[in-house]
Design a protein around this ligand. Structure first.
Ligand code: ADP
Ligand code: TRP
Length: 336
């Protein structure tokens, strides 16, 4: 049960400013896949999903804009990848209803993310409970067969597989009405935040992609380290600064840094955490310099118009696919 051409589909929830964890855990892989699947890489900004947490319309609009801006600044190429707003393809919500009618309550009750929210005393809305059905509809409406996601989203993709199977079992296996999606888990390790926990917007421990200069150095300065005095050997294997440097340095650079840590010295002079943090701030600034420049261009009136045009064209392409899928599903289950 595979679709004629493999299609990559993934979404990003516009619920906060994008950080290094989002970049290395998800976005970098999304952008790389436009090279291997040109014309068949679909990425959307999941604004319907964001409504489960964001209640301020101006904030939602700002996050949606910022997500599109960030993808385009980082190199998403609209000639090869389709970028759109989820809510510009309302077929997705109709498919979510059709899927809900073949989905058992038990499946949704087993969702880790839902159980975590309950454990954290969040009073769940029906929308929060329904979240995985909408996510399955996103994938299946666009005939997604490859779904690049972070490890935390794997169970949701497995649920989409189950829903596709249940729908096909009810309404037509041969030929299948819906295609089975496969997850493509991100290879990157979990990116630690300033305090050593997983970097997350909920923990206020993030490093953002486009900060630079003094504010960036100040933020990097807040990374938690131990109290080894300047000039003493430092613990390389367990250091949070090193964990972040690994994302930016090649093997030779890391080997050199390892010797500075072991000796507590670089080129004869004392080397401490302050120096390691400066190295990291430079690396972040260099790595994102081209994207930062592109972002500045996109923040001009002409750039903003370009972003809108990309999202509008993306939605047209995505809707063409989703409306064909919906027509297939409606016919299969006896709707006009
Ligand atoms: P947050 O934890 O900040 O709310 P999201 O849950 O919105 O981030 O994550 C969006 C994407 O980024 C997901 O695919 C997730 O796996 C990935 N991601 C988020 N934080 C990290 C991290 N610290 N390390 C690796 N990947 C991450
Ligand atoms: N739930 C995903 C996240 O928080 C975002 C998302 C929504 C998604 N719909 C999707 C990801 C469909 C992949 C496919 O990261």
């Amino acid at each position: 049960m595979t679709s004629p051409t493999p299609r990559v589909v993934s979404g990003i929830q516009p619920s906060g400013t994008i950080h290094l964890g989002n970049y290395f855990g998800a976005i970098r892989q999304h952008i790389a896949l436009q090279d291997t699947h040109p014309g068949d890489a679909f990425y959307f900004i999941a604004d319907y999903h964001a409504l489960t947490t964001v209640r301020d319309p101006a904030v939602l609009r700002a996050h949606v804009f910022d997500s599109a801006l960030t993808y385009l600044a980082l190199g998403l190429d609209p000639a090869r990848a389709t970028l759109f707003r989820q809510s510009d393809v309302p077929e997705v919500t109709e498919l979510a209803w059709l899927l809900a009618t073949v989905t058992g309550m038990g499946l949704l009750e087993r969702a880790h993310s839902y159980k975590d929210k309950l454990a954290n005393n969040i009073t769940p809305s029906v929308g929060l409970f329904f979240y995985p059905v909408l996510m399955a509809a996103d994938i299946l409406a666009h005939d997604g067969t490859l779904v690049p996601v972070g490890k935390d989203q794997l169970q949701h993709v497995e649920m989409a597989q189950d829903m596709a199977t249940h729908f096909n079992e009810a309404y037509g296996r041969d030929p299948p009405v819906l295609y089975r999606p496969e997850p493509l888990p991100a290879k990157a390790a979990v990116v630690p935040g300033l305090d050593g926990r997983k970097m997350s917007k909920s923990y206020d421990n993030s490093l953002l992609l486009f900060e630079s200069g003094k504010p960036l150095r100040k933020r990097v300065g807040q990374i938690v380290t131990d109290s080894t005095p300047l000039g003493e050997p430092l613990p390389f294997a367990t250091c949070n600064v090193v964990a972040l440097l690994r994302l930016f340095c090649d093997d030779a650079e890391l080997a050199a840094i390892e010797t500075y840590y072991r000796d507590g010295r670089r080129d004869g002079a004392p080397f401490g955490y302050g120096h390691a943090k400066l190295l990291l701030a430079e690396k972040i600034e260099q790595h994102f310099a081209p994207a930062r420049a592109r972002r500045e261009q996109l923040l001009t009136p002409a750039g903003r118009a370009e972003i809108e045009a990309v999202l509008t064209r993306g939605a047209q392409r995505a809707r063409a696919v989703a409306s064909a899928t919906l027509a297939r599903c409606r016919r299969a289950c006896g709707l006009r």
